[in-house]
Design a protein around this ligand. Structure first.
Ligand code: AMP
Ligand code: MG
Length: 291
């Protein structure tokens, strides 16, 4: 199953989240059954990240958006923790600092976009500026309503500069959110995650749905598509996202660059160094010992 085709918001379509089952879980009967496939994908993601880094001509930007407790942190932990920290970065976007708020809304996002060879994950993103900002009337409609077009131009520019952009909306039901809030309450190890705003934001669920539907409909493009990922089952969420990332990166035409040295000359230098080393230490080197 190509999860890209299955979950993409087709450019130009008007998204209705009510039409997408957040409990969908595909062909696997359980998380245990899906685990080997998830592990394979994660291992492949790590290989592809190393290749992206070696290739050095393109980059990958993964945007995670969702309501509270939908699993953004879980995606980062489960899917990206195996990637080499040299070449991978994760940014969490919080309420803008005074300095950030004094700039245009893309300023802080642009500073964190991936350099060539890098993978960057946005845990929340510039989309907050048409989501929380809209729902809470933090700026007038005349301001936020202009931002969709600005975001599309911004992302187009990144794409033209060699960045692949994948945007995931983690889709959970209100019931599942409440179940996760309950775990946060019951499990002392998770108490720290609770915030007052979890509950006040939950009251605004339908406003958020409206804001998300418009944002995803207006900014899903061929080069920077949105995917709505059924996320009531954490394992399915991990499976679908890892699969989409692997399929996308495999299609990027990544290649290890040709060597910049003359291998024959270097081999000759190596053997000379080895011979000198043996002479100094009086011990045969590895190759000589084997012979
Ligand atoms: P969390 O992801 O739970 O750490 O929460 C981060 C908080 O920062 C969320 O409530 C976001 O809605 C909020 N936030 C992120 N970006 C913005 C923004 N541009 N304007 C206002 N609030 C934001
Ligand atoms: Mg939160």
């Amino acid at each position: 199953m190509d999860h890209r085709k299955q979950f993409v918001v087709r450019p130009g379509d008007k998204l209705s989240l009510a039409g997408i089952d957040p409990s969908y879980s595909g062909a696997h009967a359980s998380g245990e059954a899906a685990l080997p496939e998830i592990q394979r994908n994660v291992a492949r993601m790590d290989e592809l990240q190393a290749l992206l880094y070696a290739d050095g001509n393109q980059s990958l930007l993964v945007v995670l958006q969702a309501l509270d407790a939908a699993g953004k942190d879980g995606v980062v932990r489960h899917l990206f923790s195996g990637m080499n920290p040299q070449g991978t970065r994760v940014f969490g976007f919080k309420q803008p600092s005074a300095e950030e708020a004094a700039h245009d809304f893309l300023w802080r996002a642009h500073q964190r976009t991936p350099a060539k060879g890098e993978v960057v994950v946005f845990n929340r993103s510039h989309y907050e500026d048409v989501l929380v900002v809209r729902v809470h009337n933090l700026v007038p409609k005349a301001v936020w309503s202009q931002r969709y077009a600005v975001i599309n131009d911004f992302e187009k520019m990144l794409v033209q500069n060699g960045t692949r952009i994948l945007k995931f909306f983690l889709h959970i039901s209100p019931e599942e959110q409440l179940a996760r809030f309950r775990q946060r309450l019951d499990d002392p190890a998770r108490n720290w995650k609770i915030s007052e705003s979890d509950y006040s934001e939950r009251e605004l669920w339908t406003d958020y749905v409206t804001a998300y539907e418009e944002a995803l409909s207006r900014t899903s493009t061929k080069d920077a598509p949105w995917y709505v990922i059924p996320a009531n089952h954490k394992w399915f969420r991990n499976l679908a996202i890892s699969q989409i990332i692997v399929d996308t990166m495999e299609g990027m035409g990544l290649q290890t660059p040709p060597t910049r040295v003359n291998l024959q000359e270097i081999a000759a230098k190596y053997h000379a160094a080895e011979a000198a080393q043996e002479k100094r230490s009086g011990k045969p080197g590895k190759r000589a010992a084997k012979a």
